[in-house]
Design a protein around this ligand. Structure first.
Ligand code: ADP
Ligand code: MG
Length: 305
């Protein structure tokens, strides 16, 4: 069985103009989850990872909007989104598997996942990750991003997925596993235990790390654009069908792939291939299967292959 990791964008779950009701998120999940259900019946072992940018930002706003509830630290909100989005994915998956005539109990499982980060990571001094809603007007403490003014938090590098062994075991048992939600709950290791830190890990980088640790064959990063572009957002933009690791690095250094959005996706594809992965693709949530058949997406390859 080929092991495939599908990383679903948190932003892709809430389309432009939507406010992110549960119905809207379930509706947006239908297209990718239908394809994932089919892949699971076509000889693939599937792990689903997902982002949580809009959702974790909403939880922050929610708790800041009243003094009557006790404030939870960011890592606990990340854990909450693993349950929230994990549940939405599970219920959609359940339905789509049923449509395929598969009605098994315990066919999929969401794993609360911790990801170890370095407490001295430079990211803690320089926040880059946009979360929560985007505002059209300037807002105090917010930063201007391609989507508007957003809150920005620290996004340290994922060093290790703590539950990779458990995830691999579940996969070997035939489960579709939902893991690393929101990039994972960020933790640092003390002498004796892990404790949470105030950050949101990029789910694309965490997915590449998980892909490496479980020995995945394919990493598909599914977002709201079908391909990676050069000069994105300009009149002279150009979509890329194929991209070598060295070209990708060069375009990255020229600023084509900004931090907090396309940058980490391209970096994740590079990291996965350099760690021995066979195939890395960035495409839209609608085109996951097309991309696997080379009919969509930007396909990354190691130089010389
Ligand atoms: P996700 O929630 O899927 O992680 P992001 O918003 O983080 O989505 O990243 C996808 C976004 O990256 C696209 O919607 C697009 O606006 C932006 N983007 C920035 N640079 C590029 C580029 N070079 N090519 C394509 N999209 C880009
Ligand atoms: Mg993102």
């Amino acid at each position: 069985m080929k092991i495939i990791i599908v990383a679903l964008g948190g932003n892709a779950l809430i389309k432009p103009g939507e406010i992110g009701t549960s119905e809207q998120m379930i509706n947006n999940l239908r297209a990718p989850i239908k394809q994932i259900a089919e892949l699971s019946q076509e000889g693939y072992s599937v792990i689903i990872t997902h982002g949580n940018g809009p959702q974790v930002g909403n939880l922050l706003l929610q708790q800041e909007s009243t003094e009557e509830v006790t404030q939870m630290p960011l890592e606990i909100l990340v854990a909450e989104t693993q349950g929230q989005i994990g549940f939405l994915i599970e219920s959609t998956l359940d339905e789509e598997l049923m449509h395929l005539g598969i009605d098994m109990e315990k066919y999929f499982l969401t794993v609360l996942t911790y990801v170890e980060v370095d407490p001295d990571d430079r990211a803690f001094k320089r926040p880059t990750k946009p979360i929560g809603p985007a505002y059209t007007r300037r807002k105090k403490g917010y930063v201007k991003t391609s989507k508007g003014w957003r809150r920005v938090v620290a996004s340290p590098q994922p060093k290790r997925i703590i539950q990779s062994r458990e995830i691999k075991k579940l996969m070997d048992e035939g489960f579709i596993v939902i893991a690393c939600g929101g990039g994972g709950v960020p933790v640092v290791k003390n002498e004796t235990r892990f404790h949470g830190v105030e950050a949101v890990i990029d789910k694309d980088l965490a997915s590449a790390k998980l892909a490496e640790q479980v020995g995945a064959d394919i990493l598909i990063i599914a977002t709201d654009v079908e391909k990676v572009a050069l000069n994105y957002g300009r009149v002279d933009y150009k979509y890329l069908d194929r991209l070598s690791v060295s070209q990708a690095k060069e375009y990255m250094s020229q600023g084509h792939f900004p931090p907090g959005s396309m940058g980490p996706k391209v970096q994740a594809a590079i990291n996965f291939l350099e760690a021995g992965g066979k195939k890395a693709i960035i495409t839209s949530i609608e085109k996951i299967k097309d991309a696997l058949e080379q009919k969509a997406g930007t396909h990354f390859y190691l130089d010389g292959f």
